[in-house]
Design a protein around this ligand. Structure first.
Ligand code: URA
Length: 255
């Protein structure tokens, strides 16, 4: 791919466009072992070898990070006042990363952070019906036909009913521990669960604002804690603690 040297360096984490222009002017950058002072030069990102202060630069057009989103952080690329999920990715090189989909401030769990717009579209477009699996801790009294109600679709105050959602209910912590593989047993989830609460697994295919919270509100229950475990084939790595992340490949995104 042909790309301007200043963009190539900015995309590789060497600062803003004006910062990298100064870097180039200072004589710190070489192309194929020749010092270059023109930041507007076009280079071939596959063939040319770029070095900054004698160290080879590795360029990636796209980056993909799996984040275990912690509670208390907003799902946005940047914000003047608040810490965002993209701020948590310390090792990022690209400056154009964004979160794929949205989790509420108090929701934890799987969030993909990338700059690959095409991939994001494949995961989010309403027509694609990508499954998103959550675990929720629910207080209140769930009606006996709640599974059927979720399956049929609920009126949550929007123009259309919600798309069919699959709900599995664990009445007690013990039921949850017996039914879920050891690998999936989540100490964070268990910590938040009171004896009178239900633990529910819920799979939805949409991404409406506060969708799951509003679904449970229609049956007079409350989501006390919510965590996303998967999005399509991409599953949260259970070894990541809230706030931790890892870089993954395009193929691992599973779409
Ligand atoms: N549904 C919600 O209510 N909140 C989320 O963060 C995700 C889905």
């Amino acid at each position: 791919m042909l790309i301007r040297l200043d963009k190539y360096l900015a995309d590789s984490g060497f600062g803003t466009r004006s910062e990298v222009r100064s870097l180039v002017k200072s004589g710190s950058v070489s192309i194929n072992e020749e010092i270059i002072k023109d930041a507007g030069l076009r280079i071939d990102s596959e063939k040319d070898q770029i070095k900054v202060r004698e160290k080879a630069v590795s360029y990636s057009e796209y980056e993909y990070y799996m984040l275990h989103k912690p509670a208390g952080v907003i799902t946005a690329s940047s914000d003047k006042k608040e810490k965002t999920v993209v701020d948590l990715i310390d090792s990022k090189k690209r400056r154009d990363l964004f979160p794929v989909g949205r989790l509420d401030r108090d929701t934890e769990g799987l969030l993909l952070i990338t700059n690959d717009g095409e991939l994001a579209h494949k995961l989010l477009a309403p027509g694609k019906h990508v499954d998103k699996k959550y675990m929720a801790i629910i207080s209140g009294e769930l009606p006996s036909d709640v599974v059927e109600q979720f399956e049929k679709g609920l009126d949550i105050g929007d123009e259309k009913l919600t798309k069919p959602a699959r709900l599995k209910i664990y009445n007690t912590k013990e039921d949850y521990l017996e039914s879920v593989s050891e690998e999936m047993q989540d100490s964070y989830l268990l910590e938040h669960c009171e004896a009178t609460d239900y633990i529910c697994e819920i799979v939805i295919t949409e991404g409406r604002y506060h969708e799951i919270k509003r679904m449970f509100e229609t049956v007079d229950c409350k989501v006390e804690y919510l965590k996303r475990y998967s999005m399509g084939k991409l599953e949260l790595d259970m070894s990541l603690r809230p706030g931790e992340y890892k870089e993954i490949s395009r193929a691992e995104c599973g779409i």
